[in-house]
Design a binder for this molecule. Structure first.
Ligand code: F6R
Ligand code: MG
Ligand code: MG
Length: 374
């Protein structure tokens, strides 16, 4: 049976700064979906990670369906009204356009979708990250789908031996979707050369080469490409189907034990470790640290089980402690060196303005200046 999994998420306001949405806001989003789901959705789940609200939906309408996207958009508009009434910070922050026009892509909310032939057992994972951007998933996806040191299934399972196909997007291109397809293991170095530049080249999807089935869909929007200015970090969502012809759930989760440094944290402008957290966790230290949650689901004919919280297990307590240590270690060097992002990635314009002001005040000294005067 063909089923579409759609997750659409947006930051539409939060309590106490950019921490977490309020319960009334979540209730308004949920109420809107419940009142209008009939005839459009099979099932849905509402959750939050940091200040972002995610609507996970199952249906039979395919990817990019206007009525499904409009349902999510209108739910966020309903949530925004509550956010405004409650005086939440950044009410409607990610709704960058005034009116819905066909598809939420390019309007602010992040979208990850895939249409699948539902397997008799359909385990999948829904990841949501806050205070970072889609490149945060580059390293974990590379390790899971291309590195047998992480994923023994690549050498142990005949079904995975043919490797995986990566679709990678250049998210700096604003004229359209600039994408490349590369296959692992043959083109491993090409994949690595692109994915190391995680602010520019982002994994959009991953496919089994043995069966042609899609395993991964990542939201790849860049808000500043839409708005032309800082409107918040891109806080990505991702869907990953697991087991059988795909990596096992544990092989997908394992790379998050690294708590690797990603772009994000305070003012979207720092390198900070990605901390795996429980479902419905807000942010805290230094507007971060960047966080990632993972809801594990089973599905039958589009009906979802309750989510299991993949990072609630005691194992991840040790990782969280390491992530906190790594975060504090990096913060000791403030704005110097690797702590703050490169100029092109700073999400605020203060430094550019300052440099423009200081530029004319520089003087060339010594012989060169005398030559110039003469
Ligand atoms: C990061 C983020 C926050 C804000 C910061 C300042 O993605 O959203 O770190 O950048 O709290 O927010 P404003 O400029 O809204 O006061
Ligand atoms: Mg925010
Ligand atoms: Mg956010």
């Amino acid at each position: 049976m063909k089923i579409t999994l759609s997750v659409i998420k947006a930051d539409i306001g939060s309590i106490g700064g950019h921490i977490a949405p309020s319960q009334p806001l979540l209730a308004a989003v949920r109420a809107h979906i419940e009142a209008n789901a009939q005839g459009r959705l099979i099932d849905h789940r509402i959750s939050f990670t940091g200040d972002d609200v995610a609507i996970l939906m199952t249906h039979r309408r395919g990817v990019g369906d206007e009525s499904v996207h409009k349902l999510a958009w209108d739910a966020f508009v309903a949530g925004t009204e509550v956010a405004k009434r409650q005086g939440l910070y950044g009410a409607g922050q990610d709704l960058l356009k005034d009116a819905f026009s066909g598809n939420v892509k390019g309007m602010g909310p992040a979208v990850a979708e895939m249409e699948i032939d539902e397997r008799p057992n359909e385990p999948f994972l829904f990841f949501a990250a806050d205070k970072t951007d889609p490149g945060a998933f580059n390293l974990p996806l590379y390790l899971t789908f291309a590195d047998p040191m992480t994923t023994p299934g690549l050498i142990l399972s005949p079904k995975m031996a043919k490797g995986f196909r990566f679709v990678i997007m250049d998210v700096n291109e604003t004229s359209g979707d600039r994408v490349i397809e590369l296959v692992a293991p043959e083109q491993l170095y090409d994949i690595a050369a692109l994915l190391r530049d995680a602010e520019r080249y982002v994994v959009e999807s991953v496919w089994s080469r043995a069966t042609g089935e899609q395993s991964v869909a990542v939201a790849t929007s860049r808000l500043h490409n839409i708005a032309g200015k800082y409107t918040g970090k891109d806080d990505p969502v991702m869907l990953v189907r697991t087991q059988m012809n795909f990596p096992a759930t544990g092989e997908v989760l394992a790379p998050y034990a690294t708590a690797h440094y990603v772009a994000g944290g305070m003012r979207g402008s720092h390198n900070m470790p990605l901390m795996p957290v429980g479902l419905n966790t807000g942010t805290s230290y230094f507007d971060g640290p960047p966080l990632v949650s993972c809801a594990a689901y089973a599905m039958h004919e589009g009906r979802l089980t309750d989510p299991l919280d993949a990072f609630a297990h005691p194992f991840w307590d040790a990782v969280r402690t390491r992530a906190a240590d790594k975060a504090m270690e990096m913060r000791r060097q403030g704005f110097f060196g690797a702590a703050m992002l490169a100029m092109s990635e700073l999400e605020y314009t203060g430094i550019m303005e300052k440099l423009a002001e200081l530029g004319p005040r520089f003087r060339i000294r010594g012989e060169a200046a005398e030559r110039k005067a003469a």
